[in-house]
Design a protein around this ligand. Sequence first.
Ligand code: ZN
Length: 358
Amino acid sequence: MASRTAAEKWLGALTNLPTASGREHQVVAWVENWVKRRPDLRLIEDSGGNLLITRKGKKRRDPVLAVAHMDHPAFVVTEVSGQAATFQFRGGVREEYFSNARVDFVTGPAKGGRVASFDPRGRIGVIEVKGTGPEPGDIARWHVATSRPRAGRLRAPACDDLAGCAAALAALDRARERADLAHFGVLLTRAEEMGFIGAIHAAVTGSIPADARLLSIETSRASAEAPLGGGPVIRVGDAVTVFDQELTNRISRAVAGTGLRHQRKLMVGGACEATAFGVYGYVATGLCLPLGNYHNMGNLDEVEAGTGVARPMLEEVSLDDFHGLVDLLLVAADAVDDEGNLRERLDTAYSDGRRLLG
Ligand SMILES: [Zn+2]
């Protein structure tokens, strides 16, 4: 069973791996290795490279899948000519952060360089490389000053959404101990940062069972209303849409009965895969971790206000929020089939109280 220590080890390992949309292979290899050590689990890679991890054996209930994405905003080298490496930046980061920014190559032979130009329309630009050059396909990320996190926090290059992957796997590891959670599994997707491409692929090609209930895990920009350390969030919607009403309500109701610290919020700092799954006809809702330095944008509030300097930084999550999310996933996996729904409760209240209306 996953102890907190083991879960934190997986969290630390995954959030430090090099990854980018379309270049998730190191995360895939890590997950394949993790699953290999658990013979009661089955891993299926779909035709788009998404990973579906389920428990072997008979299931008595329709599947519940915790979903997280394996990519993170990063530079991907597309062409190299001498010391100039052309890149595509795969993910959403404000233009200000690119200006003369230092980057570190985290795959391939090259070490580091500096952004010489950036065109925000195509999200393409050129890195002036120092020393040995990279190869097409290599990944670079922001050069950041490392700093010791506050107690109870994790700082890492890619909490979004590798912390989600770690939480999903930690929950699955705990579910393995329980026969009543045989229906719980994990779906890890690709290329979310470029517009949910992996999630859409999984939906349109049917690699997700039609009767699955999806718990889409994200890290989402923390705010005064949903701060770091405030607990994992039951996300009722994102910047684009609201999620499945019945599924969201059942989870909220079940969690309220457990005393588990959590928040119930609309997180509008971005969109998440639950939106895509809903559009393609799946029952889906969102769970998330408040995220500091969203997409590695340090000082973001000030930069948006035009009062601060853009400084790339490590992302940050609260460890208590992370462990709370693992607990929340297990409560949710169980609660989706609870008896009774909100309509039935309102019907009862109405029949008990209608005499008040005369
Ligand atoms: Zn993101």
